[in-house]
Design a protein around this ligand. Sequence first.
Ligand code: FES
Length: 64
Amino acid sequence: MYVCLCHAVTDRQIRDAVESGCTSMRDLRNELGVATQCGRCACHARDVLNHALMQISEPMTVAA
Ligand code: FES
């Protein structure tokens, strides 16, 4: 799904960027151009970023 229409950035691209080391909106702006034109995508992009960061930081469960 597109998050940033101005730069045609999808939620998958944001998740991939987080997996590659992006940890902030500044990183996303520099890496993908998110929220650098009209800015309407900033709120949704931040939600996707935070969700992706939480998924990465969750401890891995060990099967018993
Ligand atoms: S929709 Fe992202 S900058 Fe316009």
